[in-house]
Design a protein around this ligand. Structure first.
Ligand code: KG4
Ligand code: ZN
Length: 333
């Protein structure tokens, strides 16, 4: 097998974004994402609607990705797809499509773990973190701190025992009657407001996270205030957003600082959709100065769900000879 001019097409379909990316010799040539507006009215992702939208979107998204990369399908050396974790119906669309493409083109298939890909998104652009590094992965489904020893070896040292950080943002947004996904909106309004309210601080030992107590505290605070003034949320939207964002970010940072102290590792990376949050980015910048960290946050387009991170991971797997047969199946966990 020739190891020059390796071109891989990668598909991501684990949740509610249909994405295709093409990578050549470790360089991203295209990165196309189609979101799904259909879930907004339901306040969360509806699995059945997600898989149907993936089926409708996958061919047009792939067409645009191939055109933007300016390649022919015949130039491809492998097809990669997100195998897990995610919504099983959504994963199945990407997996079946990848298999038929690999079979038609008679090229190998590479299966990628979505969480590992969020971390390897750091290797798309410079500066790249040096091993070992700590990675705080914060998304809609996951919140964890892991030590990365090399591209393929990691150890989770802390994780949420209930909600994920993105879920905490989205649920708080729902309480404020903001549309799904509310995380980016909380971030937007927080930038116009001030931190004036305090909620119950999560009390959980070691490096684990918990957001359910904070969520309940926020809900009761709102109920209490709305009983006195039914326009409370409308009147105080920006300050409420700034305050809940501050509470979530403070909890995230507290455990990350502790993890760095316990492990002695000062290379700190941030991954997942919530790493787009401006409050978290600012807190990381401040901690970098205070604790002499070296911090790494991928470009915005590589923070939220995308196929470039799947392509990057597939690139390393290709050179590690990690291929799958056509029997491979996706899994939710
Ligand atoms: O990684 P991601 O795109 O998908 C998952 O794998 O979950 O993360 C999506 C999550 C959602 O909960 C969304 O509200 C949150 O990331 N998110 C944000 C921001 N941008 C995305 N949360 C807070 N502030 C943001 N700017
Ligand atoms: Zn994700």
């Amino acid at each position: 097998m020739s190891l020059t001019n390796i071109t891989i097409l990668a598909i991501e379909s684990s949740c509610d974004d249909t994405a295709v990316s093409i990578i050549k010799n470790g360089k991203i040539l295209s990165n196309v994402v189609a979101g799904q507006k259909v879930h907004e009215q339901y306040g969360g992702v509806v699995p059945e609607l997600a898989s149907r939208a993936h089926q409708a979107n996958i061919v047009p998204v792939l067409d645009v990705a191939v055109k933007q990369a300016n390649i022919q399908l015949s130039e491809l050396n492998a097809i990669a797809f997100t195998q897990n974790p995610g919504l099983i119906g959504s994963l199945m669309v990407g997996c079946s499509f990848a298999k038929s493409l690999a079979q038609t083109l008679n090229i190998p298939l590479i299966a990628v773990n979505h969480m590992q890909a969020h971390v390897l998104a750091h290797f798309i652009d410079e500066p790249k973190p040096a091993f070992p590094f700590l990675c705080l992965t914060v998304s809609g489904g996951h919140t964890q701190i892991a030590i990365f020893k090399n591209y393929f070896e990691s150890e989770i040292i802390g994780k949420t025992i209930d909600d994920a950080a993105g879920e905490a943002f989205d649920k708080a947004a729902k309480m404020l009657s903001l549309p799904y996904p509310g995380g980016p909106l909380i971030d937007k309004y927080a930038q116009q407001g001030n931190v004036v309210y305090e909620f119950a601080k999560p009390n959980i030992p070691e490096l684990d996270y918990s957001f359910s107590g904070l969520k309940t505290s926020f809900l009761y605070f709102l109920k209490n205030e709305m009983a006195k003034n039914e326009n409370f949320i409308n009147d105080n939207r920006d300050n409420l957003c700034a305050s809940i964002q501050h509470s979530i970010v403070t909890h995230l940072m507290k455990k990350l600082v502790l993890a760095s102290k316990q492990t002695g590792i000062k290379n700190i990376a941030l991954a997942g959709g919530v790493s787009a949050n401006s409050g978290l980015r600012k807190a990381i910048e401040d901690a970098e100065k205070k604790h002499q960290w070296k911090t790494f946050i991928p470009a915005f387009e590589y923070c939220t769900d995308n196929a470039a991170m799947i392509a990057m991971t597939a690139h390393y797997k290709y050179f590690n000879n990690e291929f799958e047969s056509l029997e491979v199946a996706p899994s939710a966990r």
